[in-house]
Design a protein around this ligand. Structure first.
Ligand code: EPS
Length: 387
C-alpha cells in the first residue's frame, strides 16, 4: 500500500482547487461535515478581505469514496472557486516585496507576475486543509485531536495555559473572531488589526497547534527522513507566509540549562492503562517529541507568520517592464490572515501525524490499522515486565 501523501492543484482564480490524497486505508467513513467545517473556519477570522465574502468553500468528492467510505483508491477532492477569472485577470509588473512575484518573475523569465501569484496564493491552502481534515477524520477514529489557535497577532500575545484539554482549548478559541483562547488578548488583537487597516498596512503573528491523544512511537530516530519533528517543521515551513517553526520550547531552549529544558520521567502503576503505559512527565517542554518520535505527551507546534505582502499603501518596487522605480501593485487582499493560518497549520500537522500513524500501524483496511494499534498498546503495557 502507498504511503499516505497528497498533492494539490489549482490557481487562485482558476476553476477550482483540487487535493489528491493517496494511501488512505479502505473503510474510513468520510465525514464531509468535518472537512467542510475546517474549510469554513479557514475562510474566517477577523482581518480577511473581500474574496472570502465571495467564496463558499465546500468539498466535493470526485474519486476514492463509495457509499460514504474510502475504498483504498486515491481520493480526489474538489473545492470550487466562485471567483474564477484567471484569463481576464490583469498582468502584474510591479512586484510586491515579500510576495512570490519578484522571485517568480526572475525564475520564469517574465515581466508579468500573474502566473506566479496565481499558484503562490494562499488560496491553495484550501486544498491542504481538505487533505488535512480528511487525515483528521482518520485520527479522530483513534481519539486523536489536533487543535490549532492564535497565540499572537502584531505583537499582541495571549496567555494560553499548558494544561487545557482539547475541548477547553477549542471552546475558548471558538469564542472570538481571531481564534485566540485568551479573550482579553483577542480584543486587543482585533484593535491592532483595525489600526493596521487604517494605516493601509498588514499584520502577522504566531499560531500554535496542540495534538492530544497521541501514542508514543510515531516517527523514528533511525533515519533523518523519518524523524517526525523534521517532517512537521518541513511541512509547516512550506505553508505560505510561514517564516519560523518551533516545537515545544523551541528557540526558548537555547538560553536555558539542561535541567530547565528536559522533562523528568516518572511512573505510576495506577496510570498503566493510559496511552504511555503508566510513564508520565510533569512538564512538556519537548513538545511531545524526543529523538524525532512521539513520547506520549501532547505535540506542541508553533509557527510565525509574516504580515501579508499586499499592502494598500504599497512599498518601493520597480516596474519590471520599464525598470523605473514605482510603488508595488495592489490587488484585493487580506489585512491579517493569522486566524486562517492557524487552521492551515492545524490541518498540515494533522496530515503529517496521520502519515506517521499509518507507517507504525499499517493496514489496507481501517480494521487492520485498529488491530495494529491495539496490539502495540498491549505490548507497551508489558514494557519492563514479564509477559
Ligand atoms: C491572496 C490574495 C487574496 C486572498 C487569497 C490569498 O485573494 P484575492 O486576490 O482573490 O482577493 O483572499 O486567499 C484566498 C483566496 C484564500 O482562499 O485563502 C494572495 O495573494 O495570496
Amino acid at each position: 500500500m502507498a504511503n499516505l501523501s497528497y498533492k494539490t492543484a489549482g490557481e487562485s482564480h482558476g476553476r477550482c482547487v483540487v487535493a489528491l490524497v493517496e494511501g488512505m486505508p479502505a473503510g474510513l467513513p468520510v465525514d464531509a461535515d468535518r472537512i467542510n467545517a475546517a474549510l469554513s473556519r479557514r475562510q474566517g477570522g477577523y482581518g480577511r478581505g473581500g474574496r472570502m465574502r465571495i467564496e463558499r468553500d465546500r468539498v466535493v468528492f470526485l474519486a476514492g469514496v463509495r457509499q460514504g467510505r474510502t475504498i483504498g483508491s486515491p481520493i480526489a477532492m474538489q473545492i470550487e472557486n466562485r471567483d474564477h477569472r484567471i484569463d481576464r485577470a490583469p498582468g502584474i509588473s510591479r512586484p510586491r516585496p515579500g510576495h512570490a512575484d519578484f522571485a517568480g518573475a526572475m525564475k520564469w523569465l517574465t515581466t508579468d507576475c500573474r502566473n506566479t501569484l496565481e499558484r503562490a496564493s494562499a488560496r491553495e491552502t484550501a486544498g491542504r486543509v481538505a487533505a488535512g481534515a480528511l487525515a483528521g477524520v482518520l485520527l479522530a477514529d483513534f481519539g486523536v485531536e489536533c487543535v490549532g489557535f492564535v497565540r499572537a497577532i502584531g505583537g499582541v500575545e495571549g496567555v494560553v495555559r499548558d494544561d487545557l484539554s482539547a475541548d477547553q482549548l477549542r471552546d475558548a478559541r471558538d469564542a472570538n473572531e481571531v481564534y485566540a483562547p485568551d479573550a482579553q488578548a483577542a480584543g486587543a488583537m482585533v484593535a491592532a488589526i483595525k489600526q493596521a487597516q487604517s494605516e493601509k498596512d498588514t499584520l502577522g503573528g504566531i499560531v500554535e497547534v496542540r495534538v492530544f491523544g497521541l501514542p508514543p512511537g510515531l516517527g523514528s530516530c533511525m533515519s533523518w527522513s523519518e524523524r517526525l519533528d523534521g517532517r512537521i517543521m518541513g511541512a509547516v515551513g512550506a505553508i505560505q507566509a510561514i517564516k519560523g517553526v518551533e516545537i515545544g520550547l523551541g528557540f526558548g531552549c537555547a538560553a536555558r540549562r539542561g535541567s530547565q529544558v528536559h522533562d523528568a520521567i516518572y511512573y505510576d502503576e495506577a496510570r498503566r492503562a493510559e496511552a504511555a503505559a503508566g510513564f508520565f512527565r510533569t512538564t512538556n517542554r519537548a513538545g511531545g517529541l524526543e529523538g524525532g518520535m512521539t513520547n506520549g505527551q501532547p505535540l506542541v507546534v508553533r509557527a510565525a507568520m509574516k504580515p501579508i505582502s499586499t499592502l494598500l499603501r504599497g512599498m518601493d518596487s520597480v516596474n519590471l517592464q520599464t525598470r523605473t522605480p514605482e510603488r508595488s501593485d495592489y490587488e484585493r487582499s487580506d489585512i491579517c490572515a493569522v486566524p486562517a493560518a492557524s487552521v492551515v497549520v492545524e490541518q498540515v500537522v494533522a496530515f503529517e501525524v496521520a502519515r506517521a500513524w499509518l507507517e507504525k500501524f499499517a493496514g489496507d483496511t481501517l480494521a487492520e490499522v485498529h488491530a495494529a494499534c491495539t496490539h502495540y498498546h498491549d505490548a507497551l503495557r508489558h514494557l519492563g515486565t514479564s509477559p
